[in-house]
Write a new protein. Structure first.
Length: 634
């Protein structure tokens, strides 16, 4: 089971790995934000490696005839006036100029990107400093040796929006060698010219560019590299800190502060463990208060001067499983939640703190207590807000609709899973890792592929369960579900299955999910169900795409959920989707996917009130079934 059996064993539950800590400004650390308007140049679509071959990184991009500006962070797709930019496939270029003051020569400088989709090549003053594969996750590079102080520095980023570049050896930019498939299952069909056509195997728009913030982080010569902290519901805790250089008599001071800023633990070691009496636990919404603590790591010189300091927020919280239920701090947890997207008009998938705040406020208004980061890791700012608000989260890798399982894809998938766990490992709101959404796992070769992912996740972090979200695969032809700690299933009865047959939904949902549970005897969560509706389209009797149809389908599905909860079959339900979102053009989508209970501009549809009534009713219940918490899975 995923229960931490006391502080002595805590060290065994997290494998230290190289970390990219969240950016922090304090009495020692600082950074320059490079957000703002960057010079932007688009290569011809599907034109191979024109810019890299011709060394555009050595030029002033603002002098190019087609140069314009592009805000960072944001997706570039919706900010032009032509379909060429919206539907662009291939390379775009960003450039930013910044003066670094003489006073900053004492610092080491790290160029940090919170997310670039999907393949990035980074240059500083025309020198290549790093490449990165895969969006949605941060990467950074020490650029100290490339900077010039007191004068203007040029930061250049070439971005390609296809993950097919992932399998190309570093430095090899021959577009013809690109893989025909990426981790998201997107097929790139070859055109007669030798270029590629983007044929999405996922149901959301392929937003690209520098999607989250860029910072020039300034650190001392010796600095805190990584912090791991595991704290369970008994008050036991373990922490470990990695320091870049502990020479020259440097020492570490560790302190834990409670919510009243009182020191409750102190040590002079890079790692340690302890037992906090009467620890205030972190709880999801509806189960208690999401109490948080702060671990402060201070790096001191031999004469007591502060060299570096970092403060990591954490919570005392345990996730465990029985055969039928997920438990938080040994109490049954029932998920009332959503599939979501980081998607909004104009900015696309670019981070927007206004949209984030509105979304989480609406989630709370609905009575929700959890969501899945469909279908990629969300922004770091969201993760911190989940901790503060008490919103439980299943964090998912950007692997959607996998149909093939080659070794190169597996290696990339493992890398992105590792980076995802590394980034979010200390967040108490993260209750599980999702390996993929709707892979075609009836193929035998999928078993070893997913076994390697499960072993990777468990090898790094044994404090959280691992799952995969199953869609097209059925319980009787799946090759991988028995490897998972709990199972998530997407089902669309009344929409993709038996459209218009409302009277069949209850029985179909009940028996389908019951057979999954009977076959694998593991906790089961419904992670997608629902129907499209167009705001203001009202039909009585209901028809597809009307607000009435969406609301009625949801109600009928809930009747099955109530029976499944009573039978101890499911441990949570997530509607698809929180809000409408953009997709690629297809005859099944009219300006995007309209399964949201909110519009893309976050206005409530009829279904939002149907769902809110249910969630608030269950959220406030005190008689939810307290299933057997003694019979543990592990």
């Amino acid at each position: 089971m995923f229960l931490i059996f006391g502080s002595i064993l805590l060290a065994l539950y997290f494998e230290p790995i190289l970390s990219i800590l969240a950016v922090q400004k304090n009495e020692i650390r600082t950074y320059e934000s490079l957000d703002g308007l960057w010079t932007f140049v688009r290569e011809p679509t599907n034109y191979g490696d024109l810019g890299i071959t011709n060394e555009w990184y050595s030029n002033d991009l603002s002098k190019f005839d087609n140069a314009t500006v592009m805000p960072v962070p944001s997706a570039y797709n919706d900010l032009g006036t032509s379909s060429e930019l919206r539907d662009h496939i291939g390379w775009v270029w960003y450039e930013k100029k910044e003066i670094i003051p003489f006073r900053d020569q004492q610092f080491r400088h790290f160029l940090r990107f919170a997310s670039v989709n999907y393949f990035a090549v980074v240059y500083v003053n025309s020198q290549k400093v790093t490449t990165h594969v895969g969006g949605h996750l941060p990467f950074e590079v020490d650029v100290s040796q490339y900077l010039k102080f007191g004068i203007e520095n040029k930061f250049t980023v070439a971005v390609n929006n296809t993950l097919s570049w992932a399998t190309i050896p570093q430095g090899d930019f021959n577009y013809q060698k690109a893989s025909s498939r990426n981790i998201s299952g997107r097929m790139l069909s070859r055109l007669p010219s030798g270029a590629f056509k983007d044929v999405g195997n996922f149901d959301f728009f392929n937003y690209a560019g520098i999607l989250r913030s860029v910072q020039l982080v300034k650190l001392p010569s010796s600095y805190i590299e990584n912090i791991i902290i595991v704290a369970d519901h008994t008050g036991s805790f373990y922490y470990e800190t990695a320091i870049s250089d502990l020479n020259n008599g440097l020492v570490v001071e560790s302190k834990i502060f409670d919510d009243n800023n009182l020191v409750v633990f102190k040590s002079n070691s890079t790692k340690g463990e302890g037992q906090l009496e009467n620890a205030k636990l972190w709880w999801p919404r509806g189960m208690g208060k999401p109490n948080l603590y702060i671990l402060e790591i201070t790096l001191l010189s031999s004469d007591g001067q502060v060299v570096d300091v970092y403060r990591e927020t954490f919570g005392f919280r345990t996730v465990s499983l029985t055969e039928s239920q997920m438990l938080i701090n040994q109490k049954p947890f029932y998920c009332l939640g959503f599939g979501m997207h980081e998607d909004f008009e104009l900015s696309g998938r670019g981070f927007n703190q206004v949209v984030m705040t509105k979304d989480l406020n609406l989630l709370e208004w609905m009575g929700g207590n959890c969501y899945r980061t469909t279908h990629y890791p969300y922004a770091e700012e969201r993760m911190a807000e989940n901790d503060r608000r008490g919103i439980a989260v299943i964090v998912e890798t950007p692997a959607v609709g996998l149909k093939g399982f080659p070794k190169a894809n597996n290696n990339l998938h493992i890398k992105m899973l590792t980076d995802m766990i590394d980034r979010d490992k200390n967040h108490p709101s993260v209750i599980a890792w999702s390996l993929a959404n709707e892979p075609v796992t009836k193929k035998k070769e999928s078993r070893n592929y997913f076994r390697s992912l499960v072993e990777t996740a468990h090898g790094i972090d044994r404090t959280r369960p691992v799952t995969t979200v199953y869609g097209p695969t059925n319980f009787d032809d799946d090759q991988t579900a028995d490897l998972m700690d709990f199972i998530c299933v997407n089902r669309y009865y009344g929409w993709y299955i038996d459209m218009g047959q409302m009277e069949w939904i209850n029985q179909s949902v009940y028996w389908d999910l019951s057979l999954w549970k009977e076959t694998f005897k593991k906790p089961l969560m419904v992670t997608e169900y629902g129907a499209d509706s167009i705001l203001g389209l009202n039909q009585e009797p209901s028809v597809d795409f009307s607000e009435q149809y969406q609301s009625e389908l949801i109600h009928q599905t809930h009747l099955a959920f109530d029976a499944l909860r009573k039978d101890h079959t499911i441990t949570g339900e997530m509607i698809w989707n929180f809000a409408d979102f953009m997709t690629g053009m297809t005859t099944t989508r009219a300006v995007g996917n309209h399964k949201g209970v909110f519009t893309r501009t976050r206005q409530a549809k009829m279904a939002a009130y149907t769902l809110r009534n249910r969630y608030l009713s269950l959220f406030n219940q005190t008689d939810l079934p307290l299933w057997d918490t003694k019979k543990q899975l592990y």
